[in-house]
Design a protein around this ligand. Structure first.
Ligand SMILES: Nc1ncnc2c1ncn2[C@@H]1O[C@H](COP(=O)(O)OP(=O)(O)OP(=O)(O)O)[C@@H](O)[C@H]1O
Length: 269
């Protein structure tokens, strides 16, 4: 297996309209490992995933997936690259009118011409991997939040991706479901030989699961490395973040006009 990172952002700048969200960001995602991206809310974590998935394009720099610049791919190339990625976005919604089985079968029916008996075997195998083979006939409405998340995960791995991206996979989960989901992410990564990228606000879980961490702050990479390296990083931005301190250099305010401009010079005094 290549030792090159599976994903690499090189000097990437990206903004929505005029507002720069990522400012000359370089980061890498080692193959076969779990990488956790952390950072303040609105710091561009989801945007990094969207860039990797080719949903948006960088204004400057390169976003490389297995050596290919995702931003330079044509439709066909992008489609082929995306087939190798599984994405599980926040609250990864299931199709409410389809059973658990049909939800997981959906990408297989949509993207392959596999015969139904083979699809059945794959679906049951994926559901087994997330511990829900017995729940195949349930409708999404009958699932707990943690179970729904696991079904979405089974669906995300249905096509055997090489890379799987999770956006806040633990949002809204109780501590037990959170522990189960975290262990599952680790397990799937290792047993299926995946590379995983996870955006998470759950500090303890992030430190427990990650092999590699990237902390984004104020549009830049404040630090990246092993959990230990991140813990030892002296940068106050990083320390504020990993100790969840409410006061510190991480901006509280979304960029705004000067107070005087909004309320008049009196208010600024
Ligand atoms: N489609 C969009 N159009 C305009 N601005 C956007 C769009 N999507 C995101 N943004 C802005 O870009 C910034 C980064 O958003 P992003 O979702 O990447 O942050 P995040 O770090 O994932 O945040 P959170 O942790 O709160 O989910 C935010 O300020 C957001 O308001």
């Amino acid at each position: 297996m290549s030792t090159e990172p599976l994903v690499e952002l090189r000097d990437v700048t990206f903004g929505y309209d005029e507002r720069v969200v990522l400012d000359r960001v370089s980061l890498h995602v080692p193959r076969g490992r779990v990488t956790v991206i952390m950072g303040a809310s609105g710091g561009g974590k989801t945007t990094v995933l969207r860039l990797i998935g080719g949903l948006v394009r960088a204004q400057h720099g390169q976003v490389c997936f297995d050596g290919q610049d995702v931003g330079a791919l044509d439709r066909k190339g992008l489609y082929a690259a995306r087939r190798r990625m599984g994405m599980l976005f926040q609250y990864g919604a299931l199709f409410t009118d389809l059973s658990v089985f049909d939800n997981v079968a959906f990408p297989l029916r949509e993207h392959t011409r596999l015969p139904e008996p083979l699809i059945r075997d794959i679906v049951l195998m994926k559901l087994h991997a997330v511990g829900l083979r017995g729940a195949r006939d349930l409708m999404p409405v009958a699932l707990s939040g943690g179970m729904a998340r696991r079904v979405a995960l089974a669906r995300a791995i249905a096509l055997d991706p090489e890379l799987i991206m999770y956006d806040e996979p633990f949002a809204g989960l109780d501590p037990i479901s959170l522990g189960t989901a975290a262990r599952l992410i680790r397990q799937l990564n290792d047993t299926l030989g995946l590379t995983s990228i996870m955006v998470s606000h759950e500090l303890d879980t992030a430190f427990a699961v990650a092999d590699h961490m990237v902390v984004l702050a104020n549009g830049r990479v404040a630090v990246q490395g092993t959990p230990d390296e991140v813990r030892r990083c002296p940068d106050p931005l990083v320390q504020q973040f990993i100790t969840a301190a409410p006061e510190g250099p991480v901006h509280f305010h979304y960029a705004a006009p000067a107070v005087a401009e909004d309320y008049g010079p009196e208010a600024a005094r």
